[in-house]
Write a protein that binds this ligand. Sequence first.
Ligand SMILES: Cc1cc2nc3c(=O)[nH]c(=O)nc-3n(C[C@H](O)[C@H](O)[C@H](O)COP(=O)(O)OP(=O)(O)OC[C@H]3O[C@@H](n4cnc5c(N)ncnc54)[C@H](O)[C@@H]3O)c2cc1C
Length: 209
Amino acid sequence: KSEWHRQRTYTVRDADPAGGTITIDLVTHGSGLAGPWARNARPGDLVQLVGPGGAYSPDPDADWHLLAGDDAAIPAISVALSRISPDRKTFVILEVEDEADQADLESASGLSTPAGQPIIWLHRKGDEHTAQPRILEAIKPLDLPDGRGHAFVHGEAGMVREVRRHLVNERGMDVLDLSATGYWKFRRTEEGWREDKPEWKRLAEEDLA
Ligand SMILES: Cc1cc2nc3c(=O)[nH]c(=O)nc-3n(C[C@H](O)[C@H](O)[C@H](O)COP(=O)(O)OP(=O)(O)OC[C@H]3O[C@@H](n4cnc5c(N)ncnc54)[C@H](O)[C@@H]3O)c2cc1C
């Protein structure tokens, strides 16, 4: 088993079939396999791809949208934003390390909101991911409109669980109108997070009981 290839999961942010290229944004955090690999990647390096998987798309019939996540979810959020009609109220909450990371993302192509609605940016500034879910605290005061919302909440698993609980139990959202799972888990590798996921799902269901 130690000889097997190790696998990591990423979002295809863009694809150009004619040019034969895809665009993937990797968070270059300090440890692990893919983060450090991306930091040192050079043209000509080889990776083996498996996929694609996943089927989320913003519901065109929803009255409003909420998209929230940390750096790992920003590629998926930027794809989702491009599919939302400009006449839909859309709340966007993105957590990154600091103003410099925000500026990088703002200047990169592909991150635009329907009808230019504002993005709420949150900065960790060295605080650990799970210390206090900043994304939850940013969602709590939002004046969510009447009608049916569709929410996409991804990123660190502990944060996602807290936000999921809040949106269903305190804001009355239907769990079926939520796409909300952890993309990664604080202090766990992807292999470890995969092992923990069944228990995370069990606890997340219990949260709603
Ligand atoms: C459907 C899906 C789509 C995803 N899309 C993207 C994407 O487009 N871009 C992207 O960067 N990630 C994305 N992720 C998350 C990515 O798969 C994980 O972050 C993965 O753990 C990264 O592997 P690694 O080898 O860098 O770190 P690992 O070896 O898995 O973990 C090593 C250490 O780094 C920590 N760590 C892992 N990820 C992060 C992070 N983002 N920030 C801070 N610390 C971290 C772990 O807690 C652990 O302590 C996605 C995940 C899923 C499930």
